[in-house]
Design a protein around this ligand. Structure first.
Ligand code: PMP
Length: 386
């Protein structure tokens, strides 16, 4: 990234494309243009990219390649999980956590309109779900429980294994939106007791427009497709797949697996440094969510008395970050995630999310911390003078 570009601290919104991923994609814009579903040499060549994507994703999450359905992203994977499982169940209850991404909450709302009883699992101040509450809410009539693996605003990690065990007891399906976790921390779907897992390539240095849904082999008959057409992907998701995007997903997933430990060590040390610098400059700063159990590349901070949106707008030439979730950008309303962990609307509007990863440097972190501290001081003096 050129030095004149703003420092990029919005890795939860999307990650830069890894150069290896880009190189893997380019041949599909040129000679390898076949339709991966065609029965001839060019088609078979393109189909290789599709199979590579399934194998690489499977290796990353501990599944079999045949359990991976390629989708247009995590949004589609989440919709397929909720709407597709609801079509095939006699059960009437669906549980979702209070801090799910809108691509889970919106299909859940559609199901509520169709007569399903949709209930919200509350979260605690650190963002983890209240397991006791889940144990009470979950019933023999529960069709599906959807709890994200890692939150996109505060980075909190959820106790997947414990949730999986509760689901197994009543025979409910367990779906996890792992768009933010996959590729950053190891996950094994069988060990976690997950039946359905959503992920997205552009959160792991891959291209936008492709993701995947893991559907555990035994539960496949319980999921109905939501996109119908030419019967591709064994009828689970019709539509011609984009080999270029599949090649990108394959390369991104392979690199994520190879670099997971390095990336994690890198982001962990950056986070430690960023917290240190920010706390030195702004002793009143608070960290939102869990310090102990969260993504190392995500830091959500509250600077009491500051309008975080105004702060980011005045710094937009220098660095890019978000308040709340990027998918709500444009709508300046307090984040429901921060509300769910107990922040007041004032505290939520004084909060910003800093996301960093593979390509973030120590210099980026030091510069961003200095800019935030300086601007926050200036803004608070302006307020004091008013
Ligand atoms: N779930 C989570 C947790 C996310 O962070 C995102 C991306 N903002 C999505 C789902 C949607 O992913 P996609 O952009 O691939 O549709």
């Amino acid at each position: 990234m050129s030095r004149s570009a703003p420092i990029y601290l919005d890795y939860q919104a999307t990650t830069p494309l890894d150069p290896n991923v880009r190189d893997a994609m380019l041949p599909f814009l040129e000679d390898r243009f076949g339709n991966p579903h065609s029965e001839h040499a060019l088609g078979w060549d393109a189909a290789e990219a599709v199979e590579d994507a399934r194998s690489a994703v499977a290796a990353l999450i501990g599944s079999a390649p045949g359990e991976i359905v390629l989708t247009g992203g995590a949004t589609e994977a989440n919709n397929l999980s909720l709407l597709g499982s609801a079509k095939r169940t006699q059960r009437r209850k669906i549980l979702v956590s209070a801090i799910e991404h809108k691509s889970v909450l919106a299909p859940a709302a559609v199901l509520a309109e169709q007569g399903f009883e949709v209930e919200t699992i509350p979260v605690q101040a650190d963002g983890t779900i209240d397991l006791e509450c889940l144990a009470q809410l979950i019933q023999p009539d529960t069709a599906l429980v959807s709890v994200m693996a890692a939150n996109n605003e505060i980075g909190t990690l959820q106790p997947l294994q414990e949730i999986g065990a509760l689901c197994t007891e009543v025979g409910a399906l367990f779906h996890t939106d792992a768009a933010q976790l996959v590729g950053k921390l190891p996950i094994d779907v069988a060990a976690a007791g997950v039946d359905l897992l959503s992920l997205s390539a552009h959160k792991i240095y891959g291209p936008k427009g492709i993701g995947a849904l893991y559907i555990a082999g035994p539960v496949r008959p319980q999921i109905s497709p939501i996109i119908h057409g030419g019967g591709q992907q064994h009828g689970m998701r019709a539509g011609t797949l984009a080999p270029m995007l599949c090649a990108g997903l394959a390369a991104a997933a392979q690199k994520a697996l190879a670099e997971q430990a390095n990336d994690e060590a890198h982001t962990r040390s950056l986070k430690c440094r960023l917290i240190g610098r920010l706390k030195d400059g702004l002793p009143e700063l608070k960290i939102n969510g869990s310090e102990a159990s969260s993504l190392s590349g995500c830091l959500n901070i509250c600077i009491p008395g500051i309008d975080a949106h105004a702060l980011l707008m005045t710094l937009q030439a220098e660095f890019a970050a978000s308040v709340g979730s990027a998918c709500n950008a444009g709508l300046i309303e307090p984040s429901y995630v921060l509300g769910a962990i107990g922040l007041s609307p004032d505290e939520a509007s004084a909060s910003l999310r800093l996301g960093f990863g593979r390509f973030t440097t120590i210099d980026d972190i030091d510069q961003a911390a200095a800019l935030i501290c300086e601007k926050a001081h200036r803004l608070s003096h302006t307020h004091a003078a008013e």
